[in-house]
Write a protein that binds this ligand. Structure first.
Ligand SMILES: Nc1ncnc2c1ncn2[C@@H]1O[C@H](COP(=O)(O)OP(=O)(O)OP(=O)(O)O)[C@@H](O)[C@H]1O
Length: 241
């Protein structure tokens, strides 16, 4: 099953006098359950690609399908619906409401769903527990460490129960121990079936993914799948036993 499909997608900023091609004729299929890292130098188009796949930005040419549905011609309300239910985001600087509690942040995706307070609490506890931070439920976000904030951001992404998680430099503000912890959490979520797309400058962070896309000048210049290599070596190992 396909999670994301881009066909001849281009994104051009500016006007005919002064234009900049941020994405140049991208063709890409990401299946459900994949774990993809997008790498490339600054300005190569990584964030633009993520924003388009996450329906946060519009395309200039081509077509983008999320979970099999084309985003062409969708009204703002329908795009918001996709952003609320089908995709979720984790950002480098967390994008949390810092003056609010962890509970308020994690239950944000429920605001439009008319959920009872009891269900909200149950779900918030469930996802915080999954990330090992249930005790922070009533803490204000501004009092948390970077690693804790990023776990709250992941809990919020999970609470939306979206099938696709986009993460834009999620380890950028973390030390190496917290960065490894975070990537292990994403790897575990991928094992549970989530489709994950991570943008990173860091090759170690990218090594957690099973597929690596490299971008340059708005194009995908390489597309490397790592899982088949691991599977083959595991098969060989088993065969020698
Ligand atoms: N809103 C915008 N208006 C005009 N140009 C933009 C806009 N957003 C991005 N760009 C340009 O598009 C190109 C791709 O930017 P993008 O942010 O996608 O790259 P990136 O690979 O994510 O870079 P970085 O790693 O520095 O975040 C860059 O040249 C950038 O300056």
């Amino acid at each position: 099953m396909t999670a994301i499909e881009l066909t001849h997608v281009s994104k051009i900023y500016g006007d005919s006098q002064n234009s900049l091609t941020a994405l140049d004729d991208i063709n890409l299929v990401i299946d459900k359950g994949e774990f993809v890292a997008v790498i490339g130098p600054s300005g190569s188009g990584k964030t633009t690609l993520l924003n388009i796949m996450g329906c946060m930005d519009t395309i200039t040419k081509g077509e983008c399908k999320i979970s099999g549905k084309s985003t062409i011609g969708l009204k703002d309300k329908q795009l918001v619906e996709i952003r609320n239910r089908v995709v979720s985001f984790i950002f480098q600087h967390y994008a949390l409401l810092t003056n609010y509690s962890v509970y308020d942040n994690v239950t944000l995706p429920f605001v439009e769903r008319n959920m009872s307070k009891r269900d909200c609490m149950e779900k918030a506890r469930h996802y915080l527990n999954k990330l090992g931070i249930e005790e922070l439920l009533h803490s204000k976000v501004k009092h948390l460490s970077g690693g804790q904030k990023q776990r709250v951001a992941i809990a919020r992404a999970l609470a939306s129960e979206a099938e696709i998680i986009f993460a834009d430099e999620p380890t950028g503000a973390l030390d190496s121990v917290n960065a490894d912890n975070l990537m292990q959490i994403l790897a575990d979520l991928n094992e549970e079936g989530k489709t994950i797309v991570v943008i990173t400058h860091d090759s170690h962070v990218a090594s957690y993914a099973k597929r690596k896309l490299a971008m340059k000048d708005g194009r995908i210049i390489s597309d490397e799948r790592l899982c088949s290599l691991i599977d083959e070596s595991e098969e060989r190992y088993t065969g020698n036993e």
